[in-house]
Design a protein around this ligand. Sequence first.
Ligand SMILES: [Zn+2]
Length: 351
Amino acid sequence: MSEQRPKVVFVVLDAFPFSGVDPNWTPCLFELAQEGGIAQKGGEAVLSASTYPNHASLITGAMPFEHGIFTSHSWLTEEPVPAKEAGPACRTLFDDCRDAQKRAIAIVGDQNLVGVCGARAAAAHWPNNGDLPESAPRGRLGYGADRGVVGAFDELDPMSADFTFVQLDEVDTERHLRGPWNDDVREQCRLTDSALGELLERFRSMWSEMVIIVVSDHDHEKVESGAVDLKSHVFKNNLNVQIDHDGTSALVVGLIDHSQLLDFPSVVGAQTVGPDRNLVWGDPGIQFGQDWNLAAQHGSPRTAKQLAVVGGGHPEARRLGNLIQASRPQCTEWAHWIRRLLVLDRHSFEP
Ligand SMILES: [Zn+2]
């Protein structure tokens, strides 16, 4: 007997710590994990471990060198384009749903993610065109607050969607301002879990049809005051590369030797992330570019751990839950799993 295909809700809790799920503080996430599963050691982000490259990888299944978004910019050519303007340079789950005549919706707290994730291809999205309405509540770094997402959700008619994409931003803001982990961050995790619970309440009457996937995009680490300016270093040394500072990492664009990268001030690690694209980072506490007076930042491989929880009443929730408990899910794997759940992959046939 064939099983009915599930409806999928894919939620990104921005910067939610992978080890922050707790029966008392985050009961919604805890119950989801009981139903499906949780990756106890966390999932693995793509580098740079920051918001836009990871969202683009979550929604496409592609690596940054494929979708182009390495930092807050797309670097497909030697000309940087803001990630929200470029969008991912390969197919998204929204494109696939549209072509398969499945209804996809997207609602995001960080308004730039409408462009970064290509969400204009969804049947409905919020905030419209990535412009946060004047009346929408904002968090302290200017992005849409969790309660604004909860308040706008019903405008998108979530119960009729085959695929729902949600991003809640406020844990990221709290960690940037207060530090990677403390009582304030734990309280924000509680509040964001409760906002998640309100969103998922809409699907209770159809729970047996649902697979709910909840991830984060990156972790955080403490930073010291001051910042290392690699742009001035390459300028002074006449190096023919461009620098894109990204929190506790920096992207180096152009042909350069690995050994030269390790001669950059404060740089202790480097990894090739694409053709003539390298990511560098320093010791714990070192940030690059500008000191924004933040307590915590992300970008380096130390911040590349993602929350990974699956729940829902459909039998596929338990199967996917078992899979992630046994492995460390990669950021790029989720889109492929969702394509299979929604039968979006035209090249795969099920018996
Ligand atoms: Zn983020």
